[in-house]
Design a protein around this ligand. Structure first.
Ligand code: AGP
Length: 608
């Protein structure tokens, strides 16, 4: 949600922090600010996009080699300059990502102690609380620790103090925070891309940990003060990976990265000769896997659509009952979970609050949790019993694309592994499915070759005010995903629906103004979907079809047809979803919306 960047070193803090905030723009924000310390603290803040903050910095530059910066996505208090971070109270300046749940009683108490507040934010109370402790002890680190013990809720904070020009303090509870170790410099940020152009050596703080940086050292401990040893991880992502790489938008780059992302997600996990799958972070042996008698898959948004596809894979290959839940529903319905229940949690960011809460619900009831996640050491990854990382690389565009298809690959790998362990997948089937899986990158390249044709279809239908997406079986989640892609970046209303349900109501919507996208690869239910499509065409509806090469049943009635290569049915959703990503992308570009940062949306929804 919000983005934090802190720097202490011997370079110009303001420019380093500003560049870091630019790399975090994808997190969604509505205001931004930077504070640096040289003699005194100077702060520049601006509402809206970073270009406004840049203008403020050009008008009145900041100086100093110590500073903190922030991009804010409003939770408490409207988007405005006065609510933008950093927030200051006396000697103390703070930036914060998260929500302080007890900020109102703390604010009341501080008011009674004579503190005056200028903003509507919960963050400002952190600055005043630290200041209240600091003015008594004049000990900066102790004041931060004392204040953080009093707040409840989620935070990632970075703090500087006017009287301590050689100290930067940061702490984490519930919101992500990463440390970067540079040449005679330290960085702290909400996410990896903010620091990649300076260092690849990073440390991921855990909840309840605090770090004190000087210009030459770093001390990590618990909030209470117990020293903590942390591993440094070398991040292989190049800065370019987090750049657009020549594409017009991050989303288009990430759509085209899917062959690579899927190849990377498969790499090192298959031994064809041994007919084995290696999921090194799964931490569940064959005995544990055999003991499960129920699987939940829990996620939000696009990750929930991937979960719906995963149900088909797991029930078919493992013959175990699978129930898919939207995370914000799962966590409040008191699900029935035992030690024989496995809960799969699917999340690109690994920080989605509802999904993290669902994970805790499942573990709290004694179940095992395995996450499928794209961000190393994210909160969800760190709280899971086992992890299957997708290796999609940073997904910057708010609309999830390569994360979705790599989640499907990760789910397939897990289903194959579990099916083999449980004796449901024999050697022959295993080899066949592995061979099919290995053809994916090439076949996706073929699908990407449809781009120009899809752009033309986008031009033909971009003025529609509504779209309907239809699919059956494991293509129904693809219909849901295609509809979500379109509505979240083009702002056109779109709905995904089971094709067989048309006659139970939605067919009343059909007229010549309603484009209907039908996802119908040649499979066991294709004939039925074709008849659903004919019902639409007979009523004047415009039909756009995604089907497989060689399946030309009744295609004459379609207004546009896109053919994808054949592949085993379990993996077909990967191929059929990509044309829908491109259709949504091109319509959004034609409509002139902010494709990478659509209005009202954030890349990682870290609040409820
Ligand atoms: C999908 O394009 C959206 N960005 C959104 O639905 C997203 O999938 C959802 O918020 C879940 O995010 P996560 O995978 O990071 O948990």
């Amino acid at each position: 949600m919000c983005g934090i960047v802190g720097y202490i070193g011997n370079q110009d803090a303001s420019s380093i922090i500003f560049e870091g905030l630019q790399r975090l723009e994808y997190r969604g924000y509505d205001s931004a600010g930077i504070a640096t310390l040289e003699d005194d603290v100077q702060t520049r803040r601006a509402e809206g996009k970073l270009v406004n903050l840049q203008a403020a910095l050009q008008r009145s530059p900041l100086h100093g080699s110590l500073g903190i910066g922030h991009t804010r996505w409003a939770t408490h208090g409207r988007p405005s300059e006065v609510n933008a971070h950093p927030h200051r109270a006396g000697s103390i300046v703070v930036v914060h990502n998260g929500i302080i749940e007890n900020y109102l009683p703390l604010k009341e108490r501080l008011r009674n102690l004579g503190h005056h507040f200028s903003s509507e934010t919960d963050t400002e109370i952190i600055a005043h609380l630290i200041e209240e402790h600091y003015k008594k002890s004049k000990r900066f680190e102790a004041a931060v620790r004392a204040a953080l013990k009093e707040v409840r809720g989620a935070y990632a904070v970075a703090v500087i103090c006017r009287d301590e020009p050689d100290l930067l303090i940061a702490a984490k509870l519930g919101s992500p925070l990463v440390i970067g170790q540079g040449e005679d410099a330290y960085f702290v940020a909400s996410d990896i891309p903010a620091m990649l152009s300076h260092t690849r050596e990073m440390i991921f703080l855990d909840d309840g940990e605090l770090v004190v940086f000087s210009r030459t050292s770093m001390q990590i401990s618990t909030i209470a003060g117990t020293p903590v040893e942390k591993l440094t991880k070398t991040i292989t992502w190049s800065p370019l990976m987090a750049e657009k790489g020549g594409y017009r938008h991050f989303m288009l780059k990430e759509i085209y990265e899917q062959p690579r992302a899927i190849a990377d997600t498969i790499a090192g996990r298959i031994d064809k000769d041994e007919r084995s799958i290696f999921l090194k972070d799964l931490h569940l042996d064959a005995a544990a896997l055999k003991a499960f008698d129920k699987i939940f898959i829990v996620a939000c948004g696009t990750s929930w659509h991937a979960s719906l596809v995963g149900k088909f894979m797991l029930e078919k290959l493992c013959r175990i009952p699978v129930e898919v839940d939207i995370a914000s529903e799962f966590r409040y319905r008191d699900p029935i979970i035992s030690e024989k229940t496995l809960t799969l949690v699917v999340s690109q960011s690994g920080e989605t609050a509802d999904t993290l809460a669902a994970l805790r619900e499942a573990r709290g009831k004694g179940g095992k949790v395995v996450c499928i996640c794209n961000v190393v050491e994210s909160s969800i990854a760190r709280e899971s019993d086992g992890i299957i990382y997708t290796h999609a690389g940073p997904e910057i565009g708010v609309a999830s694309t390569k994360a979705f298809t790599t989640q499907l690959v990760a789910l397939f790998l897990f289903a194959l592994h579990l099916g083999k362990v449980r004796g449901q997948v024999d050697a022959e089937l295993f080899s066949t499915l592995i061979e099919e899986l290995l053809t994916l990158p090439r076949k996706i390249e073929e699908v990407l070759g449809l781009d120009e044709k899809i752009e033309q279809i986008a031009k033909d239908y971009m003025m529609a005010s509504d779209f309907l997406y239809l699919g059956r079986g494991n293509q129904y989640p693809v219909a849901l995903e295609g509809a979500l892609k379109l509505k979240e970046i083009s702002y056109i209303h779109a709905e995904g629906y089971p094709a067989g349900e048309m006659k139970h109501g939605p067919i009343a919507l059909i007229d010549e103004h309603l484009p209907v996208v039908v996802v119908v690869p040649e499979n066991a239910t294709a004939e039925k979907v074709v008849s659903n499509m004919e019902e639409v065409a007979a009523r004047g509806g415009k039909v756009i079809i995604i089907t497989t090469v060689g399946f030309d049943e009744a295609m004459a009635k379609a207004d546009a047809v896109l053919h994808v290569p054949l592949i085993v049915d379990d993996l077909m959703p990967i191929l059929t979803s990509i044309p829908l990503q491109l259709l949504a992308y091109h319509i959004a570009v034609l409509k002139g919306t902010d494709v990478d940062q659509p209005r009202n949306l954030a890349k990682s929804v870290t609040v409820e």
